[in-house]
Design a protein around this ligand. Structure first.
Ligand SMILES: Nc1ncnc2c1ncn2[C@@H]1O[C@H](COP(=O)(O)OP(=O)(O)OP(=O)(O)O)[C@@H](O)[C@H]1O
Ligand SMILES: [Mg+2]
Length: 289
């Protein structure tokens, strides 16, 4: 059952680029308020396509159909670019993998956060700097007062991703879509950013759609997970259940292909063969969410 308050409620989403076969097929996903839902799957399985569709950011060549696509309670399935412009950044915002590409290299970070606040009417010009400082503190930026006047290149990768997250949460969105936001960071910084996303979720009550190819990250962060394979969700459910008792052969293969401390050294890892055809197995394993 869905409620209007869900951060995200998508039913039967299909995405096809140009005349190619669909890259995302009949995908349904729900993210409740304050919930972190993971999407996992191999490269090319359609994860980023889903993320971009939730933000109205797919290229014109993409044909998108869905029976329902509610973002922060607003039905967006037939939305125009103008409708999306109202939702993007305000109701839903996105964090990408590479923080540098999301920031303006020539603008101080305080000014970049202030600009977002003004665009969304969240603060007037006079208040914007003070509010930008509050938001930098919210994302636990060390020495935030001083860093307001830094340019992106003066920050570390992890600090830059904190700024990107600050910009994403500045207007208090109902939904945060994070597409592999820690992949470019080293393991220690990755853990800090994951902890930050969890803290922000706790403090703001936003829902998070978290895309990753890393089962460890899903295990640490997500209450529920959807496993994608060749454009379809082949298995979904509580992360603990899916990781402990995977029902779909692809999920099992995914789990067997990661190194685990309990496995004796020099045991070879299972490899998922390139010509595998898990998609042949009927996806009857989805759990009602
Ligand atoms: N702009 C585009 N034009 C044409 N095809 C695209 C476009 N973007 C993605 N695709 C295709 O859609 C499929 C899914 O791509 P997508 O980027 O969603 O996968 P992904 O799961 O995010 O992969 P990765 O883990 O590598 O990021 C791929 O076959 C890809 O080639
Ligand atoms: Mg991707």
């Amino acid at each position: 059952m869905s409620t209007p308050a869900d951060a995200l409620d998508v039913e039967s989403l299909t995405i096809a680029y140009g005349s190619a076969a669909a890259s995302v097929i009949d995908v349904s996903l729900r993210v409740g308020q304050g919930e972190i839902v993971g999407v996992i799957g191999e490269s090319g399985s359609g994860k980023s396509s889903i993320a971009l569709a939730m933000m109205g950011l797919l290229p014109d060549s993409a044909r998108v159909t869905a029976t329902r696509m509610r973002v922060g309670g607003t039905e967006m399935k037939d939305a125009t670019e103008r409708d999306w412009a109202e939702v993007r950044g305000a109701t839903a915002s996105m964090v990408f993998q590479e923080p540098m590409s999301a920031l303006n290299p020539c603008m101080r970070i305080g000014a970049q956060i202030a600009e977002v606040l003004r665009i969304h009417g969240a603060a007037d010009k006079r208040r914007a700097r003070a509010r930008a400082l509050e938001i930098l503190k919210l994302v636990r930026m060390p020495d935030a007062e001083r860093r307001l006047d830094y340019y992106p290149h003066q920050l570390s990768g992890g600090q830059r991703q904190r700024v990107v997250i600050a910009i994403a949460v500045a207007a208090g969105p109902a939904l945060l879509v994070a597409d592999e936001p820690t992949t470019a960071l080293d393991v220690t910084v990755q853990a800090q950013i994951l902890a930050l996303i969890r803290t922000l979720r706790d403090e703001t009550g936003m829902g998070v759609l978290f895309i990753s190819h890393d089962l460890g990250v899903i295990d640490q962060l997500c209450e529920r997970v959807a496993v994608m394979y060749r454009g379809r969700v082949v298995e979904s459910g509580a992360s603990q259940r899916v990781l402990a008792e995977p029902r779909h052969p692809y999920t099992r293969a995914l789990l067997e292909s990661i190194p685990r401390p309990s496995v004796p050294p020099r045991t070879s890892l299972a490899v998922i063969p390139a010509d595998n055809d898990f998609a042949e197995i009927p996806p009857e394993l989805e759990e009602a969410s």
